[in-house]
Ligand binder design. Structure first.
Ligand SMILES: [Zn+2]
Ligand SMILES: [Zn+2]
Length: 122
């Protein structure tokens, strides 16, 4: 009778331990999913800069993955936000002798839309 009670008690402890293990595994799986998503977002190249909402004219400093065209406005929540200025990824940039650094690309090369000179880069 005493052994029977002991076995029941042991089984109860085992059952509780199993339930705890299942619960902590479930928590671990959820954490892994979040960590992978964060790691992927961290590896993606992002741009940041002054942005304006074309709907409500609110201005803010936006951060978004490269290639994002419309950004959600933090003021009105509409996806009508655009960057205010041109994109500059940093590093050295080629300049035409006339000073222009924006070019037209054709199948045979790039030329300066300011002075017409063909460009050869660095
Ligand atoms: Zn807005
Ligand atoms: Zn030029």
């Amino acid at each position: 009778m005493h052994r029977g009670l002991l076995r029941d008690a042991e089984r109860g402890v085992e059952r509780r331990a199993t339930q705890l293990r299942v619960r902590s595994n479930a928590g671990l799986e959820t954490m892994t999913v979040i960590d992978l998503a964060q790691a992927k977002a961290g590896r993606e190249p992002h741009l940041s800069g002054a942005a304006v909402c074309l709907a409500c004219k609110h201005e803010w400093v936006a951060v978004a993955p490269v290639g994002t065209v419309w950004m959600e406005c933090p003021a009105c929540s509409l996806e009508r936000g655009r960057y205010l200025g041109a994109v500059n990824v940093g590093g050295d940039h080629w300049h035409c002798q006339c000073g222009n650094d924006l070019f037209r690309a054709t199948p045979t090369g790039m030329y300066c839309p300011n002075c017409g000179e063909w460009q050869h880069g660095f």
